[in-house]
Structures are given as C-alpha cells and as structure tokens.
Design a protein around this ligand. Sequence first.
Ligand SMILES: NC(=O)c1ccc[n+]([C@@H]2O[C@H](COP(=O)([O-])OP(=O)(O)OC[C@H]3O[C@@H](n4cnc5c(N)ncnc54)[C@H](O)[C@@H]3O)[C@@H](O)[C@H]2O)c1
Ligand SMILES: [Zn+2]
Length: 360
Amino acid sequence: MGIHVAELTVNLGPRSYKIFLGNGNLADLGGLCKSLDFGKSAAVITNPKISGLYAAAAESSLSSCGFNVTRVEIPDGESYKNSETLNHIYGALIDAGLDRKSFIVALGGGVVGDISGFAASTYLRGIPFVQVPTSLLAQVDSSVGGKTGINHHLGKNLIGTFYQPRLVLIDADTLLTLPQREYLSGLAEIVKYGIVCDADFFDFLFDNKEKLVNKDTETVLAAISNSCRLKASVVENDEMEAGIRAVLNYGHTFAHAVESLTSYGEFLHGEAVSIGMVRAALLSEEKGYSTVKDTARIINLLREFNLPTGLPDFPTQAYCEVMMRDKKVRDGGINFVFNKGIGRCIIERVNDWSFLLGHL
Ligand SMILES: NC(=O)c1ccc[n+]([C@@H]2O[C@H](COP(=O)([O-])OP(=O)(O)OC[C@H]3O[C@@H](n4cnc5c(N)ncnc54)[C@H](O)[C@@H]3O)[C@@H](O)[C@H]2O)c1
Ligand SMILES: [Zn+2]
C-alpha cells in the first residue's frame, strides 16, 4: 500500500466522497474502488503521454482487484476538450459494453478530468467516476468539486454538468514528471486559496516558497492537502455556485480576458490567473479593502514562483470588449472578487467598467 498522508471528505450528503492523498498511492486505486459499490468493468480515460507514464500502474491495481479494464486514449491538449473527443469516448464505452454499474477513471490533468467527468455524467444517464489527477492544477482544483465540461467553438467550458466523482486519488509522485512550467502554473491556484480564505496558509506558502519551487515532498503534500480542504469546504457550502463558490473565481475575470486576448496560446491558465490576481489585488487596494503591503506580499510570492504578474499590452478597449463577453457578465455588470487584506474576500457587483479598466 502507498502511504496515505491525508484523507479528506467532501461532505455533500448522498454525494459525499473521499480524497486520498499520498506518495506512491496509485497502487491503491483498485482496493479503493473495490470498497465502493461499483460493477466489474472500468474504463481508464487518459492521453498518450500520461498513458505511457501511469496507465499500467493504475490498470494493474484495478485488474488485481478483479476489475475488467478498458483503456480509452484521447489526444493531449485543451483543443481536444470538445464534442468530437467526447463522441470518441462514448463510442469506446459502448464498444467495451460498459453498463450502468461500470465506472470511469479519469487519469490525467484537468482536460482529461473535465471531459471524462462529463462523459460519466451523461453516458447511460450517468455512471460513477473516479478522479486520478496528475497535474498540480487538477490535484488542487479541477478534480474536486464536480464541475465537468467541454469547450464549444464559441467559448470555453460552455457545455457542462455538476457531477461529483465518487473518489479522488491524488498520488503526488506523479508531479515528478510534470513539466516545471505546468507545476508552477498550478501553484497560482494554491496561492489563490490563501488569498481568499486562509491567511495562515498564505503565510505557510510564503515561508516555504523555495521548498515549493523545488517540489519538496512534504511541503507539496501539505500545500495540496490544504488546498483540497479549502476547496472542499467552499463546495460544501455552495455546490452549484449559487453564491459563495464564486470566491474561487478570484483573479479569473482578468485571467480569462488575458487568455482570450492571447488566443490561449501564450499563457498557461495558472499564469493568466497570476496576472489576474495582481489586478484584483491592486483594485482591492484602490477600494481600501487591502494595503500596499498586502499587494506587495501577493506580488512577491507570485514572482518567487516565477509566475507572470504584468498585464500584457493590449488597448484598454480590447480588454473591455473581451471582459464584456465573459459568461459571468449579467446586465452589463460583473460580480468581482476583491481580497480583504489577505485571507478574506468579498464579492461585489461592479457596473463601472472604467473602475476595472482605469489604470491599464
Ligand atoms: N472542473 C473544474 O473545476 C476546473 C477547474 C480548473 C480548471 N479546469 C480545467 O482544467 C483544464 C486545465 O487542466 P491542466 O492544467 O491540468 O491541463 P492539462 O490537462 O492540459 O495538463 C497539462 C499538460 O500536462 C500534462 N500532464 C499532466 N499530468 C502530467 C504528469 N504527471 N506528468 C507529465 N505530464 C503531465 C498533460 O498531458 C498536458 O500536456 C482546463 O480545461 C480547465 O478548463 C477545470
Ligand atoms: Zn482557475
């Protein structure tokens, strides 16, 4: 058995599930699935890169516990998180004869997790699924909370469901093969949790910045486990994002604008979030919700993680146009997340675009 250093529960009544976190615990996958009321057949959905690294370990654990496993590979990359790939998945599930008791294992980053979750939520009107996230972003964000989906050519994540996994298994050893740039990008979402809901966690990240950059095992585990705990508690309070869950969009208004203006080609998601969090921090300061010192601490930490902090140079009008097209804009205004100092935040409606875009 791998070493479980943390076991968390996402408490959602009948949809509750556990998050197991450790090093080398991918080998526990079969046993953990066996403890749930799944049928005999499983489909492991992954991409060729992850498949070569981790599918054999995942599948042998499942087979040794008596499951019949079919591997389904989808191409690597955000541009494949679409209906064509989804159809390929459905076809593979039908070919393999998966029934309503069968389950899906999403083995990979957020792209694999999102599309596999969506497939699980719709195939035969819903079959169980398990998240085995292998990127830092997926481990601390996308695998927990039940948002699934695909992109449409008219916009990102426009098609999706809320559908909780039955289990999340995080083997932090998988991060050893994750490219450093992807890893650092995941740290941005971790910093976000500290800023919006946990000052002590932000201090922990600040005090351990070198260890985090160098992927020190114990520190990384603590950061992942705390992030999952914080995400779980936000989701427990607002599963369908009727209100408070929106705090997790901190930094994302500008991040989405940056991603869109650069055609999703220049920045990784976490890098764009880093830039967006700096804008949010500056606007919070302008509102009087935080101090120059708070903003400086946020910027310093992001810089330590080698994350970009400056807004790319596009005309204010271009920012205005893409932000107004944001799917979160209602009646010409947007709910913006401001930080109150570090460790607390507030969601406020902003109708005055010149406030948001005033100092670009
Ligand atoms: N559902 C949610 O709540 C939620 C939240 C945030 C983001 N997302 C979605 O997540 C996606 C981004 O996720 P991501 O950043 O993981 O991107 P990704 O899935 O594209 O993974 C990034 C890259 O790293 C590779 N990779 C992953 N794990 C690896 C490993 N252990 N070793 C080597 N390479 C590895 C992948 O193959 C890919 O090339 C986006 O589609 C975004 O919309 C969803
Ligand atoms: Zn994000």
